[in-house]
Design a protein around this ligand. Structure first.
Ligand SMILES: [Zn+2]
Ligand SMILES: [Zn+2]
Length: 418
Protein backbone atom coordinates (compact mmCIF):
# COMPACT_ATOMS: atom_id res chain seq x y z
CA UNK A 1 0.00 0.00 0.00
CA UNK A 2 1.36 3.44 -0.89
CA UNK A 3 1.76 6.05 1.87
CA UNK A 4 -0.89 8.16 0.19
CA UNK A 5 -3.58 5.48 0.23
CA UNK A 6 -2.49 4.44 3.71
CA UNK A 7 -3.05 8.04 4.81
CA UNK A 8 -6.42 8.09 3.07
CA UNK A 9 -7.28 4.83 4.80
CA UNK A 10 -6.43 6.22 8.23
CA UNK A 11 -8.46 9.33 7.48
CA UNK A 12 -11.40 7.23 6.43
CA UNK A 13 -11.35 5.11 9.56
CA UNK A 14 -10.93 8.22 11.73
CA UNK A 15 -14.00 9.86 10.18
CA UNK A 16 -15.93 6.62 10.64
CA UNK A 17 -14.89 6.35 14.29
CA UNK A 18 -15.74 9.99 15.02
CA UNK A 19 -19.09 9.64 13.22
CA UNK A 20 -19.88 6.55 15.30
CA UNK A 21 -19.05 8.48 18.48
CA UNK A 22 -21.47 11.31 17.66
CA UNK A 23 -24.33 9.08 16.53
CA UNK A 24 -26.09 9.07 19.91
CA UNK A 25 -26.08 12.83 20.16
CA UNK A 26 -27.27 13.12 16.55
CA UNK A 27 -30.30 10.97 17.37
CA UNK A 28 -30.92 12.87 20.62
CA UNK A 29 -30.82 16.22 18.80
CA UNK A 30 -33.09 14.89 16.08
CA UNK A 31 -35.69 13.72 18.61
CA UNK A 32 -35.60 16.97 20.55
CA UNK A 33 -36.03 19.06 17.39
CA UNK A 34 -38.68 16.67 16.08
CA UNK A 35 -40.73 17.12 19.22
CA UNK A 36 -40.42 20.93 19.00
CA UNK A 37 -40.91 21.76 15.32
CA UNK A 38 -41.07 25.38 14.16
CA UNK A 39 -42.39 26.85 10.92
CA UNK A 40 -40.27 28.89 8.49
CA UNK A 41 -38.76 32.15 9.83
CA UNK A 42 -39.91 31.14 13.33
CA UNK A 43 -37.13 28.62 14.11
CA UNK A 44 -35.93 30.45 17.24
CA UNK A 45 -35.68 27.48 19.58
CA UNK A 46 -33.96 25.34 16.95
CA UNK A 47 -31.56 28.17 16.13
CA UNK A 48 -30.62 28.54 19.79
CA UNK A 49 -29.86 24.82 20.12
CA UNK A 50 -27.68 25.07 17.03
CA UNK A 51 -25.84 28.22 18.11
CA UNK A 52 -25.20 26.89 21.64
CA UNK A 53 -23.93 23.59 20.29
CA UNK A 54 -21.60 25.19 17.73
CA UNK A 55 -20.16 27.53 20.40
CA UNK A 56 -19.57 24.57 22.70
CA UNK A 57 -17.54 23.00 19.89
CA UNK A 58 -15.39 26.13 19.64
CA UNK A 59 -16.93 27.22 16.35
CA UNK A 60 -17.38 30.93 15.55
CA UNK A 61 -21.11 31.69 15.40
CA UNK A 62 -23.21 34.30 13.64
CA UNK A 63 -26.92 34.41 14.47
CA UNK A 64 -30.08 35.99 13.00
CA UNK A 65 -28.92 35.58 9.42
CA UNK A 66 -32.01 35.81 7.19
CA UNK A 67 -34.21 36.10 10.34
CA UNK A 68 -33.41 32.93 12.31
CA UNK A 69 -30.46 31.44 10.40
CA UNK A 70 -27.23 30.44 12.13
CA UNK A 71 -23.82 30.35 10.46
CA UNK A 72 -20.81 28.62 12.02
CA UNK A 73 -17.22 29.06 10.91
CA UNK A 74 -14.62 26.38 11.61
CA UNK A 75 -11.07 27.24 10.57
CA UNK A 76 -8.75 24.36 9.80
CA UNK A 77 -5.07 24.14 10.69
CA UNK A 78 -3.80 25.77 7.49
CA UNK A 79 -5.21 28.21 4.95
CA UNK A 80 -7.13 26.65 2.09
CA UNK A 81 -10.46 26.51 0.37
CA UNK A 82 -13.85 27.22 1.92
CA UNK A 83 -16.57 24.57 1.95
CA UNK A 84 -20.12 25.39 3.01
CA UNK A 85 -22.47 22.73 4.37
CA UNK A 86 -26.17 23.46 4.60
CA UNK A 87 -29.03 22.13 6.72
CA UNK A 88 -32.55 23.55 6.62
CA UNK A 89 -34.38 23.96 9.94
CA UNK A 90 -38.08 24.53 9.23
CA UNK A 91 -41.08 22.24 9.74
CA UNK A 92 -44.46 22.11 7.98
CA UNK A 93 -48.10 22.82 8.89
CA UNK A 94 -48.88 19.10 9.09
CA UNK A 95 -50.45 17.26 12.05
CA UNK A 96 -48.25 14.32 12.96
CA UNK A 97 -49.88 10.88 12.85
CA UNK A 98 -46.80 8.79 13.60
CA UNK A 99 -46.91 6.95 16.91
CA UNK A 100 -43.62 7.99 18.50
CA UNK A 101 -42.75 8.85 22.10
CA UNK A 102 -41.30 12.12 20.74
CA UNK A 103 -44.10 12.83 18.24
CA UNK A 104 -44.97 16.49 17.80
CA UNK A 105 -48.01 17.83 19.65
CA UNK A 106 -47.26 21.40 18.61
CA UNK A 107 -50.02 23.53 17.11
CA UNK A 108 -49.87 27.03 15.73
CA UNK A 109 -51.73 29.49 13.54
CA UNK A 110 -50.81 29.39 9.89
CA UNK A 111 -52.52 31.75 7.40
CA UNK A 112 -55.25 32.28 9.98
CA UNK A 113 -55.86 28.53 10.49
CA UNK A 114 -55.13 26.43 13.55
CA UNK A 115 -52.73 23.70 12.36
CA UNK A 116 -50.44 21.02 13.72
CA UNK A 117 -46.71 21.46 13.13
CA UNK A 118 -44.49 18.54 12.12
CA UNK A 119 -41.04 17.87 10.73
CA UNK A 120 -42.71 16.05 7.83
CA UNK A 121 -39.85 16.79 5.44
CA UNK A 122 -37.09 15.52 7.72
CA UNK A 123 -35.33 18.85 8.27
CA UNK A 124 -34.99 17.81 11.94
CA UNK A 125 -32.65 15.07 10.71
CA UNK A 126 -30.73 17.55 8.54
CA UNK A 127 -30.03 19.83 11.51
CA UNK A 128 -29.01 16.91 13.73
CA UNK A 129 -26.74 15.43 11.04
CA UNK A 130 -25.00 18.77 10.43
CA UNK A 131 -24.44 19.24 14.18
CA UNK A 132 -22.87 15.77 14.13
CA UNK A 133 -20.64 16.78 11.21
CA UNK A 134 -19.63 19.94 13.08
CA UNK A 135 -18.52 17.79 16.01
CA UNK A 136 -16.60 15.37 13.79
CA UNK A 137 -14.80 18.16 11.91
CA UNK A 138 -14.17 20.29 15.03
CA UNK A 139 -12.33 17.28 16.45
CA UNK A 140 -10.04 17.20 13.41
CA UNK A 141 -9.62 20.93 12.86
CA UNK A 142 -5.83 20.93 13.06
CA UNK A 143 -5.54 18.25 10.42
CA UNK A 144 -7.25 19.81 7.42
CA UNK A 145 -6.55 22.97 5.45
CA UNK A 146 -9.18 25.60 4.74
CA UNK A 147 -12.45 26.54 6.38
CA UNK A 148 -15.85 24.95 6.83
CA UNK A 149 -18.92 27.17 6.93
CA UNK A 150 -21.98 25.56 8.54
CA UNK A 151 -25.19 27.08 7.23
CA UNK A 152 -28.34 26.40 9.25
CA UNK A 153 -31.05 27.82 7.05
CA UNK A 154 -34.59 28.93 7.87
CA UNK A 155 -37.72 28.63 5.74
CA UNK A 156 -36.78 26.15 3.01
CA UNK A 157 -40.47 25.38 2.54
CA UNK A 158 -41.12 29.06 1.86
CA UNK A 159 -41.42 32.11 4.11
CA UNK A 160 -44.80 33.18 5.53
CA UNK A 161 -46.79 35.44 3.21
CA UNK A 162 -45.31 38.90 2.95
CA UNK A 163 -41.90 37.86 4.31
CA UNK A 164 -38.63 37.07 2.59
CA UNK A 165 -36.67 34.06 3.69
CA UNK A 166 -34.78 30.87 3.02
CA UNK A 167 -31.65 30.33 0.97
CA UNK A 168 -32.39 33.27 -1.31
CA UNK A 169 -32.38 35.73 1.58
CA UNK A 170 -29.27 34.14 3.11
CA UNK A 171 -27.43 34.62 -0.18
CA UNK A 172 -28.69 38.22 -0.34
CA UNK A 173 -27.36 38.81 3.17
CA UNK A 174 -23.94 37.60 2.07
CA UNK A 175 -23.73 34.11 3.57
CA UNK A 176 -21.49 32.98 0.70
CA UNK A 177 -19.01 35.86 1.33
CA UNK A 178 -16.48 36.57 4.11
CA UNK A 179 -14.88 34.16 3.70
CA UNK A 180 -15.93 33.49 0.14
CA UNK A 181 -17.34 30.00 -0.29
CA UNK A 182 -15.74 27.82 -3.01
CA UNK A 183 -18.27 25.03 -2.95
CA UNK A 184 -21.36 23.85 -1.09
CA UNK A 185 -22.74 20.45 -0.12
CA UNK A 186 -26.13 19.45 1.22
CA UNK A 187 -28.30 16.37 1.58
CA UNK A 188 -31.96 15.48 1.90
CA UNK A 189 -33.44 12.47 3.65
CA UNK A 190 -35.87 10.45 1.56
CA UNK A 191 -38.04 7.37 1.99
CA UNK A 192 -37.47 6.47 -1.66
CA UNK A 193 -34.27 4.69 -0.57
CA UNK A 194 -33.63 2.42 2.41
CA UNK A 195 -31.17 3.20 5.19
CA UNK A 196 -27.56 2.70 4.18
CA UNK A 197 -28.01 4.10 0.67
CA UNK A 198 -27.04 7.36 -1.00
CA UNK A 199 -28.23 8.65 -4.36
CA UNK A 200 -27.01 11.43 -6.61
CA UNK A 201 -27.43 12.93 -10.05
CA UNK A 202 -25.09 15.28 -11.93
CA UNK A 203 -26.70 18.31 -13.63
CA UNK A 204 -30.37 19.10 -13.06
CA UNK A 205 -31.43 17.01 -10.08
CA UNK A 206 -34.56 18.78 -8.91
CA UNK A 207 -36.79 21.09 -10.89
CA UNK A 208 -37.19 24.81 -11.13
CA UNK A 209 -40.68 25.64 -9.92
CA UNK A 210 -42.53 28.62 -11.34
CA UNK A 211 -46.19 29.50 -11.10
CA UNK A 212 -48.50 31.21 -13.54
CA UNK A 213 -51.83 32.98 -13.58
CA UNK A 214 -53.79 33.48 -16.77
CA UNK A 215 -56.81 35.77 -16.87
CA UNK A 216 -58.95 35.27 -19.96
CA UNK A 217 -61.30 38.15 -20.65
CA UNK A 218 -64.28 37.66 -22.93
CA UNK A 219 -67.62 39.41 -22.99
CA UNK A 220 -70.51 38.46 -20.77
CA UNK A 221 -73.74 37.27 -22.39
CA UNK A 222 -76.72 34.92 -21.93
CA UNK A 223 -75.86 31.21 -22.08
CA UNK A 224 -78.42 30.80 -24.87
CA UNK A 225 -76.94 33.56 -27.07
CA UNK A 226 -73.16 33.04 -27.07
CA UNK A 227 -72.74 34.92 -30.39
CA UNK A 228 -73.67 38.12 -28.60
CA UNK A 229 -70.57 37.89 -26.43
CA UNK A 230 -67.20 36.13 -26.19
CA UNK A 231 -67.16 32.97 -24.07
CA UNK A 232 -63.99 32.95 -21.90
CA UNK A 233 -64.75 29.42 -20.65
CA UNK A 234 -64.42 27.91 -24.12
CA UNK A 235 -61.27 29.99 -24.79
CA UNK A 236 -59.78 28.95 -21.42
CA UNK A 237 -60.49 25.29 -22.24
CA UNK A 238 -58.56 25.63 -25.50
CA UNK A 239 -55.71 27.29 -23.63
CA UNK A 240 -55.53 24.39 -21.14
CA UNK A 241 -55.12 21.94 -24.02
CA UNK A 242 -52.75 24.26 -25.88
CA UNK A 243 -50.49 24.46 -22.83
CA UNK A 244 -50.21 20.67 -22.74
CA UNK A 245 -48.65 20.69 -26.21
CA UNK A 246 -45.68 22.71 -24.90
CA UNK A 247 -44.00 19.79 -23.07
CA UNK A 248 -45.43 17.10 -25.36
CA UNK A 249 -45.11 18.66 -28.83
CA UNK A 250 -42.88 21.72 -28.73
CA UNK A 251 -39.85 20.91 -26.53
CA UNK A 252 -37.05 18.42 -27.13
CA UNK A 253 -38.27 15.48 -25.05
CA UNK A 254 -34.81 13.89 -25.10
CA UNK A 255 -33.14 16.90 -23.47
CA UNK A 256 -35.06 17.08 -20.19
CA UNK A 257 -38.57 16.42 -18.90
CA UNK A 258 -40.86 19.34 -18.08
CA UNK A 259 -44.40 19.79 -16.80
CA UNK A 260 -47.07 22.45 -17.21
CA UNK A 261 -50.04 21.86 -14.89
CA UNK A 262 -53.19 23.96 -14.61
CA UNK A 263 -54.23 23.44 -11.00
CA UNK A 264 -57.36 25.60 -10.73
CA UNK A 265 -59.88 27.27 -13.01
CA UNK A 266 -62.42 29.80 -11.80
CA UNK A 267 -65.14 31.47 -13.86
CA UNK A 268 -68.88 31.87 -13.91
CA UNK A 269 -71.63 31.63 -11.32
CA UNK A 270 -74.64 30.04 -13.03
CA UNK A 271 -75.49 27.45 -15.68
CA UNK A 272 -76.96 29.90 -18.18
CA UNK A 273 -74.71 32.94 -17.89
CA UNK A 274 -71.53 33.20 -19.90
CA UNK A 275 -69.15 35.12 -17.65
CA UNK A 276 -66.81 37.98 -18.50
CA UNK A 277 -63.69 36.35 -17.20
CA UNK A 278 -61.93 33.10 -16.32
CA UNK A 279 -58.87 32.84 -14.12
CA UNK A 280 -56.49 29.88 -14.22
CA UNK A 281 -53.47 29.15 -12.05
CA UNK A 282 -50.83 26.50 -12.46
CA UNK A 283 -47.29 25.30 -11.92
CA UNK A 284 -44.33 24.86 -14.28
CA UNK A 285 -41.50 22.39 -13.60
CA UNK A 286 -38.30 22.30 -15.63
CA UNK A 287 -34.79 20.85 -15.33
CA UNK A 288 -32.90 22.93 -17.89
CA UNK A 289 -32.36 26.69 -17.56
CA UNK A 290 -32.78 27.54 -21.26
CA UNK A 291 -35.84 25.34 -21.49
CA UNK A 292 -37.28 27.08 -18.45
CA UNK A 293 -37.20 30.48 -20.21
CA UNK A 294 -38.47 28.93 -23.41
CA UNK A 295 -41.49 27.43 -21.60
CA UNK A 296 -42.33 30.83 -20.14
CA UNK A 297 -42.42 32.50 -23.55
CA UNK A 298 -44.38 29.62 -25.08
CA UNK A 299 -47.00 29.85 -22.31
CA UNK A 300 -47.45 33.55 -23.06
CA UNK A 301 -47.63 32.95 -26.81
CA UNK A 302 -50.05 30.02 -26.51
CA UNK A 303 -52.43 31.77 -24.13
CA UNK A 304 -52.38 35.11 -25.94
CA UNK A 305 -52.70 33.67 -29.47
CA UNK A 306 -55.53 31.28 -28.60
CA UNK A 307 -57.36 34.09 -26.82
CA UNK A 308 -56.91 36.40 -29.82
CA UNK A 309 -58.20 33.73 -32.19
CA UNK A 310 -61.42 33.57 -30.15
CA UNK A 311 -61.82 37.32 -29.84
CA UNK A 312 -60.80 37.32 -26.19
CA UNK A 313 -57.66 38.52 -24.41
CA UNK A 314 -55.35 36.62 -22.07
CA UNK A 315 -53.19 38.27 -19.46
CA UNK A 316 -50.35 35.99 -18.40
CA UNK A 317 -48.37 36.48 -15.19
CA UNK A 318 -45.46 34.17 -14.45
CA UNK A 319 -43.87 34.21 -11.01
CA UNK A 320 -40.47 32.57 -10.75
CA UNK A 321 -39.88 30.35 -7.74
CA UNK A 322 -36.95 28.12 -6.83
CA UNK A 323 -34.32 27.61 -9.57
CA UNK A 324 -33.08 24.24 -10.80
CA UNK A 325 -31.14 22.27 -8.20
CA UNK A 326 -28.14 21.87 -10.45
CA UNK A 327 -25.25 19.66 -9.36
CA UNK A 328 -21.98 20.81 -10.88
CA UNK A 329 -20.98 17.82 -13.07
CA UNK A 330 -17.22 18.07 -12.32
CA UNK A 331 -17.77 18.42 -8.58
CA UNK A 332 -20.23 15.51 -8.64
CA UNK A 333 -17.75 13.28 -10.43
CA UNK A 334 -15.00 14.17 -7.96
CA UNK A 335 -17.27 13.65 -4.94
CA UNK A 336 -18.81 10.28 -5.80
CA UNK A 337 -15.66 8.35 -4.70
CA UNK A 338 -15.95 10.16 -1.32
CA UNK A 339 -19.58 9.05 -1.04
CA UNK A 340 -18.53 5.49 -1.85
CA UNK A 341 -15.74 5.64 0.73
CA UNK A 342 -18.37 6.04 3.48
CA UNK A 343 -19.09 2.32 3.28
CA UNK A 344 -22.65 2.99 2.07
CA UNK A 345 -24.37 -0.21 0.95
CA UNK A 346 -25.23 1.45 -2.32
CA UNK A 347 -24.46 4.77 -4.00
CA UNK A 348 -26.95 5.09 -6.87
CA UNK A 349 -26.96 7.31 -9.88
CA UNK A 350 -30.64 8.28 -10.09
CA UNK A 351 -33.09 10.19 -12.27
CA UNK A 352 -34.08 13.75 -11.58
CA UNK A 353 -37.26 14.55 -9.67
CA UNK A 354 -39.66 17.40 -10.44
CA UNK A 355 -39.92 18.55 -6.83
CA UNK A 356 -37.91 21.66 -5.92
CA UNK A 357 -35.36 22.75 -3.29
CA UNK A 358 -34.12 26.20 -2.41
CA UNK A 359 -30.56 24.81 -2.05
CA UNK A 360 -30.60 25.80 -5.74
CA UNK A 361 -30.10 29.48 -4.79
CA UNK A 362 -26.68 28.61 -3.33
CA UNK A 363 -25.82 26.58 -6.43
CA UNK A 364 -26.57 29.58 -8.64
CA UNK A 365 -23.62 31.36 -6.98
CA UNK A 366 -21.12 28.55 -6.30
CA UNK A 367 -20.70 24.98 -7.58
CA UNK A 368 -22.62 22.64 -5.31
CA UNK A 369 -23.67 19.05 -4.80
CA UNK A 370 -26.96 18.01 -3.24
CA UNK A 371 -27.63 14.30 -2.69
CA UNK A 372 -30.20 11.92 -1.21
CA UNK A 373 -29.83 9.97 2.02
CA UNK A 374 -32.05 6.88 2.39
CA UNK A 375 -34.00 6.66 5.67
CA UNK A 376 -36.65 4.06 4.76
CA UNK A 377 -36.87 1.15 7.20
CA UNK A 378 -35.35 -1.90 5.45
CA UNK A 379 -38.52 -3.98 5.90
CA UNK A 380 -40.69 -1.49 3.95
CA UNK A 381 -41.11 -1.28 0.19
CA UNK A 382 -41.05 2.14 -1.47
CA UNK A 383 -44.86 1.99 -1.87
CA UNK A 384 -45.38 1.28 1.82
CA UNK A 385 -43.23 4.17 2.99
CA UNK A 386 -44.90 7.56 3.49
CA UNK A 387 -43.33 10.27 1.39
CA UNK A 388 -41.96 13.61 2.56
CA UNK A 389 -44.71 16.06 3.66
CA UNK A 390 -46.99 13.18 4.75
CA UNK A 391 -48.38 13.18 8.33
CA UNK A 392 -46.99 9.62 8.41
CA UNK A 393 -43.46 10.52 7.26
CA UNK A 394 -41.09 8.34 9.28
CA UNK A 395 -37.31 8.34 9.61
CA UNK A 396 -35.38 5.19 10.46
CA UNK A 397 -32.72 6.82 12.62
CA UNK A 398 -30.17 4.08 11.94
CA UNK A 399 -29.66 5.83 8.59
CA UNK A 400 -28.49 9.15 10.06
CA UNK A 401 -24.89 8.08 10.76
CA UNK A 402 -24.28 7.63 7.05
CA UNK A 403 -25.35 11.24 6.52
CA UNK A 404 -22.70 12.39 9.01
CA UNK A 405 -20.02 10.27 7.31
CA UNK A 406 -21.01 11.41 3.83
CA UNK A 407 -20.93 15.16 4.54
CA UNK A 408 -17.74 14.89 6.62
CA UNK A 409 -16.05 12.85 3.93
CA UNK A 410 -16.91 15.05 0.93
CA UNK A 411 -15.76 18.09 2.92
CA UNK A 412 -12.40 16.68 4.01
CA UNK A 413 -11.69 15.23 0.57
CA UNK A 414 -12.54 18.54 -1.13
CA UNK A 415 -10.33 20.53 1.24
CA UNK A 416 -7.44 18.06 0.91
CA UNK A 417 -7.61 17.91 -2.89
CA UNK A 418 -4.91 19.83 -4.73
ZN1 LIG B 1 -40.23 19.70 1.95
ZN1 LIG C 1 -37.18 19.34 2.51
Amino acid sequence: MSTLSAAADTLSSRIDAAAARVERSVIAHRRDIHQHPELGNRETRTAKIVADRLRALGIEVQEKVAHTGVVGLLRGGKPGKVVALRADMDALPVTEQVDLPFASKVRTTYNGQDVGVMHACGHDAHVAILLGVAEVLAGMRNEFPGTVKFIFQPAEEGAPEGEEGGAELMVKEGVLENPKVDTIFGLHVTSRYPVGELAYKPGGMMAAVDSFKIVVRGKQTHGAYPWLGVDPIVVASQIVLGLQTIPSRQLDATLAPSIVTVGAIHGGVRNNIIPDEVEMIGTIRSLDAAMRNDIHSRIRRTAESIATSGGATAKVEITTGYPITYNDPGLTERSVPSLRATGAKNVHLVNAVLGAEDFSFFQQKVPGLFFWLGIRPPDQTPDQAASNHSPLFFIDESGLGLGVRALSRVTIDFLNAR
